[in-house]
Design a protein around this ligand. Structure first.
Ligand code: GLN
Length: 281
């Protein structure tokens, strides 16, 4: 294979990604190159003539091919950033979404207790729990996932980031020892099984168990809410992420479970995305 300059590889890779219909072809090509060379985009602009050797080219083209076949970029890179934290990702869990940072932001806003006891339900990579612990080192943060692979991944991420988060394996509340939390957060599976989005983009590859919320997309909320009066301290908060069209139903479920001050918030794209409720004193 002849040597190719970094600039010309970027150009042809971007073009192929563009033809495959991807939204940010240049950015994606740069991500692949950055991952390989461990250099940032400034280097690419400064040194477009930098030559890639045959091994480097081969590796890049393998990744490019995987991406053209639809593999999520996050999996090819093996890590994804959430709340500024580099998280390892795997096919066992959902890839952390930028919109879920809204859940973190709102949790930090509503809970003012310096030593709050916190639980993230359905943690996947550990994203939400780790972001909260990073921001509030005084909080006692725990997280739970029902999948052994997700638990191992979240523990691995906690270890690499040196964040002290206790991670349980449990199907929602089942294995969590009795006790109450000041703050509960969750980005559960909430997609309706017939939603055509499941056939598009990264969702085609991510685990159904992390995406689909039972028969009507809402089962996870019912499971989370069932013991809520036993699990929240008086004055404690529950925050959940949900689909853009689920705010009304989720807020009804919150009220039916006896939570008060139920309020919805929008994500960065302006869609209703997070619902917050409080256990009355
Ligand atoms: N927000 C994700 C999506 O629609 C789904 C996340 C989830 O099911 N928790 O791509």
């Amino acid at each position: 294979m002849p040597e190719t300059s970094l600039g010309s590889w970027l150009q042809q890779a971007s073009q192929q990604l563009h033809q495959a219909g991807l939204d940010s072809p240049c950015h994606e090509a740069q991500c692949l190159l950055s991952h390989l060379l461990q250099k940032n985009t400034a280097f690419f602009y400064a040194r477009p003539e930098f030559l890639l050797d045959a091994d480097q080219l081969q590796q890049l083209n393998v990744w490019l091919q995987q991406r053209l076949e639809g593999q999520p970029l996050a999996w090819i890179l093996g890590q994804w950033e959430f709340w500024g934290l580099p998280l390892k990702v795997s096919p066992a869990t959902l890839i952390p979404r930028a919109d879920t940072e809204r859940l973190v932001e709102l949790a930090l806003m509503v809970c003012q207790q310096p030593n709050a006891r916190v639980l993230d339900l359905g943690t996947g990579t550990g994203a939400v729990a780790l972001a909260l612990k990073k921001e509030r080192p005084g909080w006692r943060v725990e997280a739970v996932d029902f999948k052994a692979e997700a638990v191992a991944l979240a523990r691995d991420n906690a270890r690499s980031l040196k964040l002290d988060v206790k991670i349980w394996q449990s199907d929602w509340w089942q294995q969590i020892p009795p006790g109450q939390y000041d703050l509960l957060v969750s980005n559960p599976p909430y997609i309706h099984p017939n939603d055509p989005h499941l056939m598009q983009g990264d969702l085609r590859f991510e685990p159904v168990s992390a995406l689909v919320g039972g028969k009507d997309g809402l089962q996870a909320y019912r499971d989370l809410l069932a013991p809520i009066q036993l699990r929240l301290t008086p004055g404690g908060y529950l925050l959940v992420e949900h689909g853009y069209d689920q705010a009304g139903t989720v807020s009804q479920l919150f009220s039916l479970a006896g939570l008060g001050s139920v309020q919805g918030y929008r994500d960065y794209a302006g869609q209703p995305r997070v619902t917050v409720g409080c256990r009355n004193h």
